[in-house]
Design a protein around this ligand. Structure first.
Ligand SMILES: [Zn+2]
Length: 61
């Protein structure tokens, strides 16, 4: 991947919170009646950041 593209994506990820205000680093969704994307609504950006960082790591090899 182009280095400038990589820096652009990383900068965007840096804008997302690293942790959920209520659940910290544990942003995995809980099992329940309603399937959620993350631990709670507040944790969604942190959970997406985690997933995106993993995807970026795979892309950059
Ligand atoms: Zn949460």
């Amino acid at each position: 991947m182009d280095q400038q593209d990589m820096r652009t994506l990383r900068a965007a990820l840096e804008a997302l919170p690293r942790e959920c205000r209520y659940h910290g680093a544990n942003t995995e969704p809980h099992d329940g009646l309603i399937r959620r994307e993350a631990c709670c609504d507040t944790g969604v950006p942190a959970h997406r950041r985690k997933a995106a960082e993993e995807a970026l790591a795979r892309l950059s090899g």
